[in-house]
Design a protein around this ligand. Structure first.
Ligand code: SF4
Length: 135
């Protein structure tokens, strides 16, 4: 339904332009845009407005939203923001580590392991200093 209360009707499906995965989209057309007070802001077309929808993509979006809004999703998001994002932000932003220098999966895993060890050692050192100064 559009803001004027008109229905959109299915016309045809077509291939999405420049999509190398063969994705298709559905084209819908408004039943009647003549004499519509919103037409100037709604469409530039002379006739009825057409819209393109990709049901498959819309389905994936809905699945993602459902996952994010579920109890498990909310807990996972909270956990991620507590555990990973802080450390990740410190490494990336505060220490200006934006890009892995090594190539290949093994090299990148090795490099990130070293970065993580350094991060944890620094954290341990700061905690020790804090405890020493408090005592
Ligand atoms: S122009 Fe057509 S699609 Fe847009 S609000 Fe009016 S009737 Fe609906």
């Amino acid at each position: 339904m559009c803001p004027n209360g008109k229905e959109f009707h299915f016309l045809y499906t077509q291939a999405v332009k420049n999509n190398k995965y063969g994705r298709r989209e559905e084209v819908y057309q408004c039943e009647d845009c003549s004499n519509c007070p919103h037409k100037e802001n709604c469409t530039k077309s002379e006739g009825n407005r057409t819209i393109r929808l990709n049901q498959e993509l819309t389905g994936y979006h809905q699945e993602v939203l459902n996952n994010l809004n579920s109890t498990k999703g909310a807990l996972l998001r909270m956990n991620r923001s507590i555990q990973a994002e802080g450390a990740f932000g410190t490494i990336k932003w505060n220490r200006d580590y934006k890009r892995a220098r090594r190539k290949g999966l093994k090299g990148v895993i090795f490099e990130l392991s070293l970065i993580s060890c350094g991060f944890n050692l620094h954290k341990y050192h700061l905690k020790k200093l804090t405890l020493l100064s408090a005592a």
